[in-house]
Ligand binder design. Structure first.
Ligand SMILES: [Zn+2]
Length: 175
């Protein structure tokens, strides 16, 4: 009889704690939420229904100062994105750069995308999944002149297309 009681206790404890691990959480800061919603919308526009209800996003100091984001455990049900607290990562970044950063991490977490350094003939990264630049379709923070190089917003369509489909052809602006 004592054995059964112990077993029952053990099972109760296990069920109590194991269940919590299996239930994914959704916890995203309000300033990041619009970009997560935008990602879901862009996915839908390309025929992909994404249900993001298992995501934790938090601002923290990453392992190295130059890192602005990471997707922890892309294989697990609970997705966890850490965004760098360095000012250049978020506070001082443009809307497009913020979106680029969040989209890059979400692509790691939800699209199983890995880094790629593929580039166009002029050396411009051909993917938002490049290892170090999430400003590929951004405007300049401090425009030095009115040159075309300072406003790359027209390139957004291509980079988002490529995010969801790696076989997206080279756009006109890169030919
Ligand atoms: Zn990355």
């Amino acid at each position: 009889m004592a054995k059964h009681t112990l077993l029952f206790l053990f099972l109760t404890i296990c069920f109590g704690s194991c269940k919590k691990e299996a239930d994914p959480e959704y916890r995203v800061p309000p300033e990041v939420e619009p970009y997560v919603q935008a990602f879901v919308k862009e996915a839908k526009l390309r025929g992909l229904e994404l249900k993001i209800d298992n995501l934790i996003v938090e601002f923290a100091q990453p392992d190295a100062n130059y890192i602005c984001g990471m997707c922890k455990g892309p294989q697990t049900r609970q997705k966890h994105i850490v965004l760098g607290i360095q000012e250049f990562c978020w506070k001082e970044a443009t809307t497009q750069t913020r979106e680029g950063l969040v989209f890059h991490e979400l692509a790691h977490c939800y699209l199983a995308r890995l880094h790629t350094s593929k580039a166009f003939a002029d050396g411009t990264y051909a993917s938002l999944m490049n290892p170090d630049n999430t400003e590929v379709y951004s405007i300049c923070l401090y425009p030095i002149d009115n040159g075309n190089d300072c406003d790359k917003r027209a390139r957004r369509q291509y980079y988002i297309d490529e995010l969801f489909d790696e076989t997206t052809p080279t756009p006109a602006w890169a030919r």
